[in-house]
Design a protein around this ligand. Structure first.
Ligand SMILES: [Cu+2]
Length: 302
């Protein structure tokens, strides 16, 4: 009896430690890149909110399928092994069963496909832009231009390890000497190109990843819904400096953004200043459940 109690206590302690350990492990701040996190980075745009919701829905579906198939297999192994069931059935057809195992997967695929395509179109069609940022990939840094704000352009290089100032929140391999500054709650279209080989402009918290090609321009869009610093990395193997051309984006309030543009020697067009009061097209998800959401289709850019 005592023996059993001790082993029960041991088991209990083990699981308690496991649960505590896992919850401590899951705790990293997902607003930034974190070591060994569980889950995706916190979304900073509607597109990433939809991606996260879609990912979570898929996780429920796949978990259900895994549990169901595992239970079926265990049942068959126990109930129909040679010892338990020495005389096997000779049944070869069962219409009901065959219809079911065709129809149920089709229904599951449709349930996945509908929100998947909605999300794909939502991301793929640029809304009416409030501003454009031209991004050019080079071996191995990123060049940024703000064509709507006069002559603002700069190249952002990764900070070397001895240049990192942790007190400013700078991060190794992610911080740059010239962060991209963007206004919050504005439709920003990124026009992405390359001057040499294929790179890819990717910012996980924005839910964007697009190839930077030579000889053509790709575009994607983001509407940051909160201020803060967000990081990305080149996501196409582009040579020996591939891991060392990070993207650092600071999202700030509009007046702070305008001050920054002026400090860079740029000018603020009247239309942009005016848009401060006027809400540009808001792309808010109506619900976190992608199946229930009727995603707004952004107006086509000219
Ligand atoms: Cu690259």
């Amino acid at each position: 009896m005592m023996h059993r109690l001790i082993s029960f206590l041991g088991l209990f302690t083990f699981f308690a430690a496991l649960v505590t350990g896992v919850s401590a492990w899951a705790e990293p701040d997902l607003s930034q890149m974190a070591s060994w996190p569980i889950g995706l980075q916190d979304p900073a745009t509607p597109a990433m909110e939809h991606i996260t919701a879609f990912h979570d829905m898929l996780l429920y579906i796949i978990t259900g399928i895994v549990i169901f198939v595992t239970a079926l297999m265990l049942y068959v192994m126990v109930r129909f092994n040679a010892k338990a069931n020495p005389v096997p059935s000779t049944t070869t057809h069962n219409v009901m069963l065959e219809v079911l195992w065709t129809v149920v997967p089709v229904v599951i695929l449709i349930v996945i496909a509908v929100p998947s395509f909605k999300l794909l179109f939502f991301e793929a069609r640029n809304p009416e832009p409030d501003m454009i940022v031209r991004v050019t990939g080079h071996q191995w840094n990123w060049e940024y231009e703000y064509p709507d704000f006069g002559d603002v352009s700069f190249t952002a290089n990764m900070l070397k390890e001895n240049e990192i100032d942790a007190s400013k929140g700078q991060l190794r391999l992610l911080s740059t000497d010239a962060p991209v500054v963007l206004p919050v709650n504005k439709n920003i279209v990124f026009e992405v190109r390359s001057s040499d080989v294929i790179h890819a402009f990717a910012v996980p918290a924005f839910g964007i990843k697009i190839d930077a090609m030579t000889g053509r321009m790709n575009s994607t869009w983001a509407r940051a819904t909160k201020t803060g610093t967000f990081y990305g990395q080149c996501s196409e193997i582009c040579g020996k400096g591939h891991g060392f051309m990070p993207i650092e984006i600071k999202v700030v309030e509009q007046d702070e953004f305008e001050d920054w543009i002026v400090a860079q020697g740029g000018t603020i067009p009247e239309s942009f200043r005016a848009s401060e009061d006027k809400e540009s097209e808001v792309l808010e998800p109506a619900s976190s459940d992608p199946v229930a959401v009727d995603l707004p289709v952004p107006a086509e850019a000219h």
